[in-house]
Write a protein that binds this ligand. Structure first.
Ligand code: SF4
Length: 410
């Protein structure tokens, strides 16, 4: 079994929700962690060399991978190479790290950044993480919850212990902080596209005759823009499940907290239930745009937000499942094609659209769950197959779709 083959059980939700700096969990957070571990393993090195392959090479410049690598090695000199080799890769986000002392190569490692900031060192257990969840299908988890008469978040707390709620409260505070910062921030996003930050404008642009529905859409979008613009600016956000898709879940939950006065504790429980859905997708399909396209990032975020909102509304397991299933089903085939490799166009608007879609998915599920024919497990499997069928140009290589339009002079 290779490191990248799916193993039984699921990792902790603390491996899914992580606070860190944007703009990309796979292109900045993952490589940063890999370089930190590699540098720590080689304190005697006097220089390093990093070679980026696949999607890390194709969109690494726009995502700032080279800058993050240089920053992480600190005072030790490092050179970064963007390889155009077409050798077969075990994962599209692959990099080699090489340590030198004088002219001598003293260490070398191949690392894969597999999504959500997680890394895998080839042939090593350096970054192995425990898998506390024995169950890894919605059907099995649902059966367990029904037999025990508990909700999804209670199941997660049984598996991970009571510390999970404390961790998730920290995650929720970080999410709210990124919204607050995003709503006051103005100016142009870095990278050369000239994209203006719009969250503050969206938030304040009230019309006298605005309907309640229009206002809801505007507010939810303003919150999603706020987080996504913070991410694109390299500021602190929470992976939910990735940096590129970090705006969806906070936007939906923050809007509901302000509108209906839910407590932080209730939101934490919703985040945990949404996290179970994200974990199922991460385990049985992918949350990596380079692996399965944007359906794996924004599609997953939409499914997590739908399940979280259904939990917040106190809907039953059938309706939670149906809401998440609708959310993924209608993102199937969504390509990853960021213009000039920057997590800005179409990414920021896409977060806002997915947040509105999550609210709609919950409305639909609350009316129709008795009639549904497709299970969440089936649609997750379909998402994986669809992702594998997507041409490489549509999987975070900046070679197809919208990414063929070049707007900045880099
Ligand atoms: S298109 Fe989607 S998957 Fe690709 S970088 Fe943007 S948000 Fe991430």
């Amino acid at each position: 079994m290779t490191e990248l083959e799916k193993k039984p059980g699921m990792e902790s939700l603390t491996e899914l929700y992580k606070t860190g700096r944007g703009p990309s969990s796979s292109h900045t957070m993952g490589p940063e962690k890999a370089c930190r571990l590699f540098a720590g393993k080689n304190p005697g090195a006097d220089r390093f060399h990093a070679i980026l392959y696949g999607s890390l090479s194709k969109t690494g410049k726009g995502h700032g991978t080279d800058r993050v690598i240089e920053k992480t090695f600190g005072n030790v000199p490092v050179t970064v190479e963007f390889s155009d080799s077409d050798m077969p890769l075990a994962h599209p986000n692959t990099m080699d790290l090489i340590a030198y002392r004088g002219d001598e190569e003293i260490d070398r490692a191949r690392v894969m950044s597999v999504g959500g900031g997680k890394i895998v060192f080839e042939g090593s257990t350096l970054a192995e993480v425990p898998r506390p969840y024995g169950l890894s299908s919605f059907e099995d988890i649902c059966t367990y919850c029904r037999n025990e008469d508990i909700r999804l978040w209670e199941y997660a707390c049984r598996v991970e212990g009571s510390a999970l709620e404390g961790y998730m409260d920290g995650i929720w505070q970080s999410m709210k902080e990124s919204i607050r910062r995003g709503l006051t921030d103005t100016g142009v996003l870095p990278g050369g596209l000239g994209v203006q930050k719009k969250a503050k404008h969206l938030y304040n642009q009230q019309h006298i005759d605005e309907s309640a529905e229009t206002r809801e859409n505007r507010m939810v979008c303003a919150f999603a823009f706020a987080v996504s613009e913070q991410n694109a600016s390299g500021e602190t956000i929470v992976t939910a499940p990735t940096c590129g898709a970090s705006g969806v879940l906070p936007a939906v939950l923050y809007y509901q907290q302000r509108k209906r006065g839910y407590s932080d504790r209730e939101i934490v429980h919703a985040l945990i239930s949404g996290g179970i859905i994200g974990n199922l997708i991460k385990t049985n399909a992918s949350i990596s745009g380079a692996e399965c396209g944007c359906q794996a990032e924004v599609g997953t975020a939409c499914a997590m937000a739908s399940a979280a909102l259904a939990e917040l509304f106190g809907l039953d397991l059938d309706k939670i499942e149906y809401a998440a299933e609708i959310a993924i089903e209608h993102h199937l085939g969504l390509t990853c094609d960021p213009i000039d490799g920057l997590v800005q166009i179409p990414c920021i608007e896409r977060n806002a659209v997915a947040a509105m879609r999550a609210i709609n998915a919950v409305s639909l599920s609350s009316f129709l769950s008795d009639t549904r024919k497709i299970s969440l497990d089936k649609v997750i499997k379909t998402m994986k197959e669809t992702g594998e069928d997507l041409a490489r140009a549509y999987r975070e290589t900046s070679e197809g779709g919208l990414a063929k339009i070049h707007l900045c002079g880099r």
